[in-house]
Design a protein around this ligand. Structure first.
Ligand SMILES: *Cc1c(COP(=O)(O)O)cnc(C)c1O
Length: 347
């Protein structure tokens, strides 16, 4: 979370818009909160360039909820979909789709590279008869990101949880984009779903109402009590993004941040990054120490220096710097100084 957003939320916490109450306490059906939610949606449409051909939905259950909701809304049991497997989040999406009775065709799989790259443009296509193709533009754990939007001939579905709002994106290329909110959009627990309206309205029987895109679109995502505080904070974050110059400006800063870190790692004999240069994530920079026995000490000393959460995901080890939008370039430069010093002492 950007500190400016947290401070604004703090200043409004006990008296939101002169109500004498927190935004958490006002009625979600009251005109102030309805306006707040509408404002968050309008801002998201403006920031991302989302046309009226798309519905924008706020749905509880995070990105994992969407692993199930997407198949329930877009397919019937027995239908075929295509999926690109570039890491752990793709794999989880695949399992959930398969559990819902889908014939999941993995049309590109980077498991053999140990998830250190993405398939190149034009190197894969949707399997015949696929209802859609699902991919993960940024694999958060492996730090692997597509530098392009695939052209696949069927509706493209993207789990953009860890890359949304990090750079400009051409929404019209997608059938559906979903993202858990906790990386670049606020607190955990909610997903933003941007879905082309012609794909809505065919949810399979038995789909829970709160996951049914048509019902959620008809009720402005207020079929039940929505996560009001999350929606409010999303609005504040979008205001922050707009004030900084929108996604063009975010993209420039994020590229500078990740370039600085990758260049340092590539020049250092002590650190390394296994990801192919064309597939390196702007948000999640992974790196290995030349002496893995020092991993624990690295994490501890970094934490003492105010650099938190650097241990890689428990499943892969190594290190990972998640430098989401809220991380300023100064934070990255501080990390590089620390890494340089650590290497000098232990290299
Ligand atoms: C974090 C993340 C998820 C999981 O999000 P939840 O909100 O915890 O369900 C899914 N996909 C990607 C790419 C992520 O980064």
């Amino acid at each position: 979370m950007p500190i400016e957003v947290l401070e604004r939320a703090q200043s409004e916490l006990t008296d939101w818009r002169g109500s004498g109450m927190s935004v958490m306490e006002v009625s979600h059906r009251g005109k102030d909160f309805v306006a707040c939610a509408a404002d968050a949606e309008t801002r998201l449409r403006r920031v991302m360039g989302i046309s009226d051909d798309y519905a924008v939905l706020f749905i509880q259950g995070g990105a994992t909820g969407q692993f199930a909701a997407v198949p329930m809304n877009l397919t019937l049991p027995g239908d075929r979909i295509s999926l690109v497997n570039t890491g752990q989040w793709s794999t989880k999406a695949k399992k959930e789709a398969a559990a819902l009775g889908l014939d999941v065709q993995v049309v590109a799989d980077e498991a053999a590279s140990r998830y250190t790259t993405t398939p190149g443009p034009g190197s894969f296509a949707a399997a015949e008869g696929s209802q859609y193709l699902h991919y993960t533009p940024n694999e958060t754990i492996g730090g692997v990101e597509f530098g392009y939007v695939p052209d696949v001939g069927v509706p493209l579905v993207a789990d953009a949880s860890s890359t949304i709002l990090s750079r400009p994106i051409d929404v019209d290329r997608f059938g559906l984009i979903y993202a858990g909110t906790q990386k670049n959009m606020g607190p955990a627990g909610m997903a933003v779903v941007i879905v082309r309206r012609d794909l809505i309205g065919r949810a399979r029987p038995g789909t829970p109402s709160i996951f049914d895109y048509a019902k959620m679109a008809d009720s402005d995502s207020m079929l039940n009590t929505p996560p009001t505080f999350s929606i409010y904070l999303l609005g504040l974050i979008l205001d922050w993004v707009e004030n900084l110059g929108g996604l063009e400006a975010m993209g420039t800063v994020n590229k500078d941040k990740s370039d600085a870190l990758y260049q340092f790692i590539d020049r250092s004999p002590f650190y390394s990054n296994p990801v192919a240069p064309t597939a390196r994530s702007w948000m999640n920079v992974t790196f290995l120490l030349a002496r893995p026995e020092l991993d624990k000490q690295f994490v501890t000393e970094a934490a003492d220096a105010g650099l938190a959460n650097l241990a890689g995901h428990r499943s892969v080890g190594g290190m990972r710097a998640s430098i989401y939008n809220a991380m300023p370039i100064e934070g990255v430069l501080t990390l590089i100084d620390f890494m340089d010093d650590f290497a000098a002492r232990h290299g």
